[in-house]
Design a protein around this ligand. Structure first.
Ligand code: ZN
Length: 458
C-alpha cells in the first residue's frame, strides 16, 4: 500500500470515530475534539484529500478529463497546493451550461439532485452520491455542535423547502443528533410562525437573514419565548451588523451566520462563538483572487472567493469562482478552533454597481440606509440611463405610500454624500425616482437588490 493510501485510510478511520461519537450522542466529547485538532493535522488531511480529489476528477469527470491529466502528472502531497494554484478556474457558467459533464461517478450512484439558480438565473443541477450526502450531513452536525446546539433543542425551519434542498439537508443533520424539527418553511405568515415558537418552545431558528429579520420586526414575542430561544442560525445571504442586534433583541438567542454554496451541497463554513468571520470546514480549500486578473492576492486583502471541494465524489468542483467578495482573516481565533477563517461576504463581485461619477456601490449600502426607516419594508433599485445621466429608480415596498414618504426616501439618499455630490455638483446623476409599490419587481433573482439596467455599463 502506498503512503497516500495508508493516510487516506487513517483519515477515514478518524472520521468514522467522530461519526460513532455523534451517533452515540456524545456531543460534548466531539466538541472537545473539534477544539483540540491541530493545524498540522488539518493541513495533512487536506493535502491527502486534495491529491485524491484531483486524481478522481482527472480520471472520472468528463469536464476535468479534458484539462487536468496533463497538469497533475507529478502530483504529490508536498506539491499539491502549489499545483492547485496553477489549475484553470471553473465558473458558474461552466456548470450551468452543462452540469452533467462534471459527474465523476456513474449516474446509478446518484441518490439526490438539487438545483440552484444563482444571481444569473441560469439553472445548475447539482448531483450527490450517498457518500456526499453522508459527509454533508456530518459537516452540518459539526457546525451545529460548534454553536452549542444539542439534542435538547427544538428547531424551527423557516428556510424554503424548495429546489435548493438546504432545508431538507439541515433537517436530516438535525435528526442525526435527535433534534425535533418544526418544518414551518417560509410559506406561513409571521403570526403563524410566532404561534409555533410559543406552542412548542422553539430554541433554534434556521432561516435566511432577510426572512428572519422581517419576522423579528413583525412579531412581538413574549419574554418567556425570548428566554427559551437559544440560537438563530442563518445563511444564504449576508447580515448587516445592526440587523443582527435587532434580531437578537426581538427574538432572543444568539445569532450565528453560516456561509454555504449550493454547488457544494451547502455548508462551507460557520461562525463560532467569537463571531469573527466564518471558520472554513476542512473539506474545502479557499483562495482569494483579483476578479479582474485571476491572480491570487495577499491574505487580508479583499477579492473574489475561489473554492475547491475536497470531499464531493459525485460532482467535484476545482477552483470554483464563487463570485462572492471576501478575504482571509489572519491570526488565531479567540475561540481556539484552528480552522482558517474568511470574513463576512461583502457582496458579489458582480453585484457591485458603479453609479454616477464612478462611485462603486454594494447593495449593503442601501440596506443600512433604508433599515432605519420604519415605513420601508424592503427596496429594489434599478439603474437606468436618461439624458446622458444615470438615474436610480428606487422601488419602495411600503403599506403607506405617500408624497411624504417619497420625499423622506430622497432625503435619506441625499445623506450619502457621493449621491448628493453626483446630483448637485458633478451632475452625473439625475434626481432619484421613487416608486412606492406593494410588490417588488424582483424577477426571482436571488439576493440582488441593486440592478444595472444600463446598456453601456461604466
Ligand atoms: Zn472561532
Amino acid at each position: 500500500m502506498t503512503s497516500q493510501k495508508i493516510l487516506t485510510y487513517i483519515i477515514s478511520r478518524k472520521l468514522l470515530n467522530f461519526r460513532r461519537l455523534i451517533e452515540k450522542q456524545n456531543l460534548a466529547k466531539v466538541s472537545r475534539r473539534i477544539s483540540s485538532v491541530s493545524i498540522r493535522r488539518i493541513e495533512l488531511s487536506k493535502r491527502v484529500n486534495a491529491v485524491n480529489i484531483l486524481k478522481h476528477s482527472a480520471e472520472n469527470s468528463p469536464y476535468y478529463q479534458k484539462t487536468l491529466p496533463d497538469l497533475i502528472q507529478n502530483l504529490n502531497r508536498k506539491n499539491v497546493f502549489s499545483i492547485l494554484r496553477t489549475l484553470p478556474f471553473t465558473t458558474s457558467a461552466d456548470v450551468s451550461e452543462n452540469s452533467e459533464q462534471f459527474l465523476a461517478v456513474p449516474k446509478s450512484k446518484i441518490v439526490s439532485i438539487h438545483f440552484t439558480y444563482g444571481t444569473t438565473g441560469n439553472k445548475k443541477t447539482i448531483y450527490n452520491s450517498k457518500n456526499d450526502l453522508s459527509r454533508l450531513n456530518y459537516s452540518y452536525v459539526l457546525g451545529f455542535i460548534n454553536c452549542g446546539i444539542d439534542s435538547s433543542d427544538i428547531a424551527q425551519m423557516v428556510y424554503s423547502y424548495g429546489v435548493w434542498a438546504l432545508a431538507s439537508h439541515i433537517q436530516d443533520a438535525l435528526r442525526t443528533i435527535e433534534i425535533i424539527v418544526l418544518p414551518t418553511g417560509n410559506y406561513m405568515n409571521f403570526k403563524g410562525q410566532k404561534k409555533f415558537i410559543e406552542e412548542f418552545g422553539t430554541t433554534v431558528i434556521f432561516g435566511t437573514p432577510s426572512y428572519v429579520y422581517n419576522l423579528a420586526k413583525e412579531i412581538d414575542l413574549p419574554e418567556k419565548s425570548k428566554e427559551t430561544m437559544k440560537t438563530i442560525m442563518m445563511g444564504g445571504e449576508g447580515l448587516p451588523e445592526h440587523r443582527r442586534k435587532i434580531i437578537e433583541e426581538r427574538l432572543g438567542g444568539e445569532v450565528f451566520l453560516n456561509y454555504g454554496l449550493n454547488e457544494f451541497g451547502g455548508g462551507i463554513g460557520s461562525e463560532c462563538k467569537a463571531h469573527c468571520g466564518y471558520h472554513i470546514f476542512p473539506s474545502n480549500i479557499v483562495e482569494i483572487i483579483n476578479p479582474q486578473t485571476g491572480e491570487l492576492i495577499e491574505d487580508g486583502e479583499w477579492g473574489e472567493l475561489v473554492l475547491t471541494s475536497l470531499n464531493r465524489e459525485a460532482m467535484p468542483l476545482i477552483r470554483y469562482r464563487t463570485g462572492d467578495v471576501s478575504r482571509i482573516i489572519t491570526g488565531e481565533c479567540e475561540c481556539g478552533v484552528k480552522l482558517p477563517r474568511i470574513d463576512y461576504i461583502r457582496g458579489r463581485a458582480d453585484d457591485r454597481v458603479i453609479i454616477g461619477a464612478a462611485e462603486k456601490y454594494y447593495p449593503i449600502v442601501f440596506d443600512k440606509l433604508f433599515d432605519s426607516m420604519k415605513e420601508v419594508q424592503d427596496y429594489w433599485i434599478e439603474i437606468i440611463r436618461e439624458d446622458e445621466r444615470d438615474t436610480m429608480q428606487v422601488y419602495i415596498l411600503s403599506k403607506n405610500g405617500s408624497k411624504d414618504l417619497e420625499q423622506k426616501v430622497i432625503d435619506k439618499l441625499y445623506t450619502l454624500d457621493s449621491i448628493k455630490v453626483d446630483i448637485e455638483t458633478t451632475k452625473t446623476l439625475n434626481k432619484p425616482q421613487i416608486i412606492i409599490v406593494d410588490k417588488l419587481p424582483n424577477n426571482n433573482i436571488k439576493r440582488r437588490r441593486l440592478v444595472d439596467k444600463r446598456k453601456f455599463k461604466p
